[in-house]
Design a binder for this molecule. Structure first.
Ligand code: PRX
Length: 657
């Protein structure tokens, strides 16, 4: 595939953006890239010493002897919560605001570093009192809240490994994660508030625990967010405000080895159940902090705002850890971008004088639509002059949305950083640098210094620029995934497959590099993973949910491009009792959509469900997904269908509904 990013003009960083930037100009960038190439371990060791306060210094840097289970700075000791809180307080910055929290209803609370430290320490002491210790796993199922971040740091402080589950996941998904991770405690809230609505959390935890196999869970600690009525299991449940009430606000941090698992975060893969991505403490924290400095050019005066949820990796790295590791002031938002109206983000930037803003392309696309429909929520109606840098993450951004974002939010002045990375990479990998890289809409441009990204073919050989291929990373980096929790074999197979030679990290995305600039453009997933509104969904997971419905005999799920959500889920379903029509089909489609919502979570609901008597299969019984993808898009079938067992089925599935 010939594809050059130069269809769009490029935008040089302004003199203002370059002046005083942490990486100022391409020369400075190239010098860092050269340092990493010349002395890889020395490069990383220097960053690790600069960004982290070590309790015990490390002497080893990278250990590749047990590849692909790489270790970094292994004999060092540190504590992530200490690095994010105590050291700023010790340096005299206890009164600096760490979090400007804005609730769904607009109420604003400010929490200083000293207050964060006290709150984290009290909860950490309470966790210890309940028998939770180093190495234990704690599931956090919380709304966007200061308490959610405090919970993460309380775990980190005592050396417990947290596993945050996004508050939109169903009881079944939560249950699967509680069991897989072997949680001993759950930290949750009674309910959450989003868009003026109250949604349950604790009742879902109750349902999950009632599904069995969670006997290890001895404590459920509940933050009272709404005061809504919830069931109570006296031996197990306790209010967060009660358990911290008499605890000391001093808690000596548990010093852990650099490789100690800070957290396990589940994400979807192409096959089977979600993968528990295990991250280290030291390598992860180093990159969370360093990328704040490089990608967002963070400076002390900045007010940072990442709109992600702490249930995703973006909320881990760019809310819970990166900003706090630097002593930054950040906005944390409980609600949704469209409540009370679609001007909420712009109003909040204005109100809190946000200078660094980081959001998802899906949000931008939906706010463009809203602004075009109602000029009262257009960014032009707000004062966004505090903005300095604007970023995107999670999915490809189409050039139209990128240009709109640059013009209407960034006032043609703020560099746009389109950051490519993944749950597994821990932090940014390929991204423009605001004070250096000329940007091109739709391209994430160049790898950060130290990140050896490349595009290869199916055998692991480099492909020439301009030719599409498979995105890989050639050398291990400190913040990379360490393993899949409980499944080391799956880790090796998924990320270091033998087909590519076993030494390249396989990202699961396709990419192409520009022939002139060597800029990367991500062309989308190359496996059966969908990206809907920036959320990763495995087609197999949705198929399993569908076939677990009593009426469903068979199901196949594919993605279809969608103007707002990037991709949309389309499901082809065969019922046990034959193909429904008309009103019955519409009702069944709704019932199945709701079913998937209950089984996985609302984010996984298929947008379109089509019924048929069968699915297109080869004579050996293999479902031909590429045909389904064409049908989902409404394309005429141009492919060869001669190997199909049942070619007539295409008509039925293409027309149905
Ligand atoms: O397909 C890529 C897409 O999101 C995937 C990673 O999803 P997740 O682990 O949930 O992490 C999302 C937040 C980092 C990638 O494999 N993706 C992420 N960022 C971009 C992107 N695709 C294109 N451009 C991006 N900037």
């Amino acid at each position: 595939m010939e594809l050059t990013t130069q269809k769009h003009r490029s935008f040089e960083p302004s003199d203002d953006a370059r002046a005083g930037a942490n990486i100022a100009g391409m020369e400075a960038y190239r010098a860092l890239v050269a340092q990493a190439e010349h002395d890889y371990e020395g490069f990383w060791a220097r960053l690790a010493r600069e960004t982290i306060e070590w309790h015990e210094p490390f002497s080893k840097v990278l250990d590749e002897s047990n590849a692909p289970f790489y270790t970094w700075f292994e004999d060092g000791e540190l504590n992530a919560s200490y690095n994010c809180l105590d050291r700023h307080v010790a340096a005299g910055h206890g009164e600096r605001v760490a979090i400007i929290f804005e609730a769904d209803d607009g109420a604003v609370t400010r929490v200083t570093y000293a207050q964060m430290l006290a709150r984290v320490s009290r909860l950490a002491n309470a966790l210890k009192r309940r028998g939770i210790a180093r190495g234990d796993r704690v599931v956090i199922y919380m709304p966007m809240s200061v308490e959610g971040i405090v919970a993460m740091h309380a775990c980190a402080r005592i050396g417990a490994t947290h596993s945050v589950v996004f508050g939109g996941f169903s009881a079944k998904s939560l249950h699967e994660r509680i069991v897989d991770v072997g949680a001993v405690a759950i930290i949750t809230a009674d309910e959450q508030m989003r868009g003026g609505k109250t949604l349950p959390l604790k009742p879902i935890v109750d349902d999950a625990l009632a599904m069995g196999g969670c006997e290890a869970v001895e404590s459920v600690i509940v933050y009272r967010r709404t005061g809504g009525e919830i069931a109570w299991n006296a031996g197990r449940d306790c209010w967060m405000h009660d358990v911290v009430a008499n605890e000391s606000d001093v808690c000596e941090p548990e010093w852990v080895g650099t490789e100690h698992p800070l957290f396990i975060l589940y994400t979807s893969g192409s096959t089977g159940k979600p993968k528990g991505v295990q991250h280290s403490t030291g390598g992860y924290l180093l990159w969370a902090a360093q990328t704040m400095k490089w990608t967002f050019d963070w400076k002390r005066e900045d007010v940072f705002w990442c709109t992600a949820d702490i249930g995703w990796i973006t909320g881990h790295t760019y809310i819970a850890y990166g900003p706090l590791a630097l002593g930054a002031t950040q906005v944390v938002f409980e609600g949704v971008p469209t409540y009370p109206n679609a001007g909420r983000f712009w109003k909040m930037i204005d109100d809190h004088q946000v200078s660094l803003f980081y959001t998802a392309p899906t949000a931008i696309r939906s706010l463009i639509k809203a602004a075009e429909a109602d000029e009262r929520v257009h960014p032009a109606r707000y004062d966004l002059s505090s903005l300095r840098i604007i970023g995107t993450v999670g999915e490809p951004i189409n050039p139209e949305a990128w240009l709109w974002y640059r013009q209407h939010v960034g006032a043609l002045r703020c560099p746009v950083v389109d950051t490519w990375w993944q749950t597994e990479t821990g932090g940014h990998m390929i991204t423009p640098l605001p004070g250096a890289t000329p940007t091109v809409p739709g391209s994430c441009t160049l790898p950060l210094p130290g990140i050896m990204a490349a595009v290869v073919d199916e055998t692991g050989q480099d492909v020439p620029d301009g030719q599409g291929g498979i995105l890989v990373v050639k050398r291990p980096w400190p913040s990379m995934i360490r393993t899949i929790w409980g499944d080391a074999e799956r880790f090796t197979k998924s990320y270091y497959p033998q087909e590519l030679g076993g030494a390249l990290y396989l990202a699961g995305d396709g990419a192409v590099r520009d022939t002139n600039t060597a800029y990367f453009t991500i062309t989308g997933r190359i496996d059966d993973v969908l990206n809907v509104s920036g959320h990763r969904l495995g087609t197999m997971e949705i198929e399993s949910a569908l076939v677990s419905h009593e009426l469903v005999a068979e199901a196949a799920v594919v993605g279809r491009p969608d103007e707002t959500t990037g991709e949309a889920v389309v499901a082809f379903v065969v019922l046990k009792r034959g193909c429904p029509r008309g009103e019955e089909a519409a009702q069944l489609a709704k019932a199945l959509r709701d079913w998937v919502g209950k089984e996985i979570g609302p984010i996984a609901k298929p947008k379109d469900i089509r019924f048929g008597d069968n699915l297109p299969k080869t004579r050996s019984g293999k479902i031909m997904r590429r045909l389904l993808r064409s049908l989902a898009k409404g394309e005429a079938i141009a492919q060869d269908t001669s190997t199909l067992e049942n070619p007539d089925i295409l008509n039925q599935l293409g027309q149905a509904r």
